[in-house]
Write a new protein. Sequence first.
Length: 870
Amino acid sequence: QLFPRTAKENLHLENENEMDSSNSKAGSLFMDSEEESDAHSSGKEYVPDTSESDSGSDNSEEERVYPALKHTISTRPELDRSSLTTLTPMVNVSPESLHAAGLFTSTPVSRPAAATGTRLKKTAYNSQLPVPSTSTATSTCTVSASPSSPNAPHPSFAEPGPQTSGTCILPAMSTKLTVHVAVKKNGKRLYNKLQKCKFCEKLSTNLTKHLCSKHQREPEVCNILSKPKQSKERKLMLERIRNIGNFQHNCAVLKANEGILIPWRSPSEEVDPHDYIPCEFCLGFFLKKELWRHEENCKFRSTAKKGRKVISRSEGLLPSSTKCSRGLEENVLQRMASDGITLVAKTDSLITQFGEKLYQKHGHLPHRQAYIKQKLRELARLLVAIRDEDSGVTELKDVIHPSKFSPVVSAVKKLCEYEPLTNSYRNPSLALKLGHDLKKCAGILRSQALMAGDCILQKEAADFRDLCESDWQDNISSCALSTLETKKYNKPHVLPLTEDMKKVTEYIADQRAATLFELKTAPSGSSWHALAKIALANIILFNRRRSGEASRMLVSDYQSAKGNREAPEDDILSALSPLEKQLVNNFTRVEVRGKRGRRVPVLLTDTMCEEVEQLLALRDQVGVNPANQYLFARPFFVSIDHIEGHRCLREAVQHSGAKNPQDITSTKLRQHLATVTQLLNLNDHELEQVCGFLGHNISVHREYYRLPQDTYQLAKVSRLLLAAERGKISRFQGKSLDEIHMDEALEFSDSEEEGNECEDEEQHEPIDSVTASATESPAPGRAVHGAHRESAANKKPQRARDYLSSDQIKAVRKHFARHIEHSLVPKKAECLKILEKESLLHGKSWTKIKCSVRNEIEKRKRAVRKLQRR
């Protein structure tokens, strides 16, 4: 023995033996399935549990404290009794009580008044240990017996709550999280891991024994006692209670952002606490990279519950360190990518408040929730960049200050990869977005200051916003906008090829028939998914609809369109042609929500309706989630999302063998339709109808969807430039660009302008006997008597040429402009129709009009050839 026992020590040893013998019978009920029992059976060193007594225990204070300190003395012989006073801040007793227990022979030392909650240094057992520093943060846990080695860290937990007897007060690691690390002593594992009790919220090294001695009347504990020893059911019940208690402890630690996490398996070295997340089935904490492997074999996993996004669902169980609505938490924050940027966004109060504002505006639309995630990550990336520029910034609200404007500008330039030599950004759009986001954050902070009556914060936020309004454009926006415009220079505008469009249409038709037959014969989730993708790609291709609008079509939208389908009124039908009447009966019009809340139509053919009806009939059979409201739903993983239309169209285009598959997208298909309608020369009313179908206004249609500016300028404005070059622009006064023809602009020579009418029909008739005339021709140098007389007698009388006047030629060009543009000779019916309509052409034959158009076409061809030679 290190010290001779006193009479008081002997008395407490007898009390300890009596207490251990009284609890040994009950403790043996639980020790069989615990790792502590393995330690005893294998002869390993075991740290005794000291959490068995609580505030309601009849045991004296000396009896509760003595075993732990006795174990400390026996394992560390270099300690003297005076150095044990440094351990009293860790134990919820006074030094006077230790002296009364006979552990101190010297004069009792008073406990420091503010020593509660201080962290014990690694050299805590050194005889020269100074008095621990003071701290206000406290945490409760059961006392741990002894460290494994002199350099081993002493366990401490940050568990908020009132101080109770039977627990030691260990310090919370200020603004720092750690993970309990497994340690060894002399090559053997030291079983000093603390587990939290879910009933009394105490920490114990032997949770099984604690449950037996303190909670044997709990229904769950009674149920465990009723199970056979070493049985699977008993072990699972114990593990469940252990995991729930540790989960509660870990959530409290994460919410307070300080303390020690209790993982399911302790690591052998220091690990980032944020790498641990709970299993959604057993609630044990595992590393993110290992969680998927655990969930595959988790004993508590429900076989009916399957799905992806394991990390996202598990992170949803963790508490949020900031206050936000339940909708933002579940639909946005929990579904963000699990990385450091997301962690910054979740833990910053101003960023989450900014997300709350966006969620109130867009949160009811599922497809806009991705936009909210993007905005939150943008601000989080900016905050990380600002921290590199200014170490004094910890939160985004620290940035909303006039003195921080310069670091913000530097961080934005760094984040957007600013190039000083070229005065351009590699990511200019992000720079513009961050400017708007910072102004909104300043407005949010100013509103909070107004409600709180904080005049200083209100002025700082207002001044920062004023700086953004005045200086942001010069520092960031002007250069970013210039970069965006520069990137558009000489950018090719390519529209889909007609040949590629035919290939895609044929491929979709073949795949539609195959997938529809497969779904009817052998319904399955894969066949249903294949038909849904083909049907969606077909709808996007046919309607030139935005892929997202068609993808988000609801089942209720289609059913409402089918149920409310009525025949048009007689007045409307009377104004339609027979073909148009047939088209009205063969199409189904479904209205969906478009961009900016517009109501846009989607036209479905009979074959498309057949596909949709088949998909609706087999939704439940193939396993589509009943809560999924989308028509083209994802049939797997109990998803509530829709199939992405742009992916369906891209897959169809790539498998069709198109020459340029990159040119067939939903946006370029819309541009293709707008370009074709431009060639039709539609009036304003007709153009408005086309714009309404496409889902945009006329100004957007003319600026973004019409024929590209380069083509328009080459084809139209070049006419005006050629006329100005020849100095004859005054000749085209009152004409539009379409009425300025190339032949007039180039002023062809008189020889080229001759023959502006067709020759007589007789001149175009074939000669009947070319060979005969050749044989009857006289030989060279041989005179033919009477030849002149014969030719004069046989000569037909000449007819006067019927020239068209300049006004008549203009009328022909006006009415047949489309034919001349596309080198099409008009038919007889078209010529007769114009003769009846145009008074200037009365008295002219239809052949004359036809030949005049042909001459105009030839003039255009000669003009093009001459232009090419130039």
